[in-house]
Design a protein around this ligand. Structure first.
Ligand SMILES: N[C@@H](CCC(=O)N[C@@H](CS)C(=O)NCC(=O)O)C(=O)O
Length: 207
């Protein structure tokens, strides 16, 4: 059994989609960020970083519960545990790792800052909003180009890179006027990935 600590943000949804794709048994613990539950002592005892998503796997080889925090780490762990959504070939794996870094560390980090200035800032700061809107769109452009060349994000195989990308396209990118209107390759890919039952189920977790 795996405990999932989550909230229905883009990162939280990536973790729940992956749990569905992995076919592993899990139970959901909703962590309400607005109530500060991520900073409460009982959650900090599980994840001292005080952020979500995190998982605790009770079904380990050592018998000791294993906590894994961070979206990319969770997806990699679940891919290895389930033997799903990660290619065996070293070059194909390198492409997955590259997109994992681009989506989480480059695009995802830009969208986190965009969310702060667009949705949470007590007063609008036009320079910051314009800067992060432009940065997000600049970093999304290579993903749109890539999906014009390959069926899925890291090639012709569905992998954890697609699980990372889907909530980015369907949640974070909704904060741009027109959403995916100017992104035909992403729209084609979103329709295909969004038709998967595991993705549909994962997108409802914690909501
Ligand atoms: N590097 C982490 C970032 C996780 C993250 O930013 N979590 C947000 C919600 S999506 C959070 O817990 N924010 C609360 C806070 O930072 O106080 C990941 O990739 O999962």
């Amino acid at each position: 059994m795996i405990d999932l600590y989550t909230t229905p943000t883009a990162n939280g949804l990536k973790a729940s989609i992956m749990l569905e794709e992995a076919g592993l048994e899990y139970r959901v613990h909703r962590v309400d960020l607005r109530k500060g539950q991520h900073l409460a002592p009982d959650y900090l005892a599980i994840n001292p970083v005080g952020r979500v998503p995190a998982i605790v796997d009770h079904d380990t080889a050592s018998g000791a519960p294993l906590t894994v925090y961070g979206t990319a780490a969770i997806l990699l762990y679940l891919a290895e545990k389930s033997g799903r959504l990660m290619p065996a070939d070293i070059e194909a794996r390198a492409r997955v790792f590259q997109w994992l870094g681009i989506i989480q560390a480059d695009i995802g980090a830009a969208y986190s800052s965009q969310f702060l200035f667009k949705a949470l800032a007590p007063e609008p700061l036009p320079w910051a909003i314009e800067h992060y809107d432009a940065l997000c769109l600049r970093l999304v452009a290579p993903l749109e180009q890539q999906l014009g060349r390959t069926r899925y994000v890291a090639g012709d195989e569905y992998t954890i890179a697609d699980v990372l990308g889907y909530p980015l396209a369907t949640v974070s990118m909704q904060r741009h006027p027109g959403n995916l209107d100017a992104y035909p390759n992403m729209r084609r890919w979103v329709a295909e990935v969004g038709a998967r039952p595991a993705v549909q189920k994962g997108m409802t977790v914690g909501t």
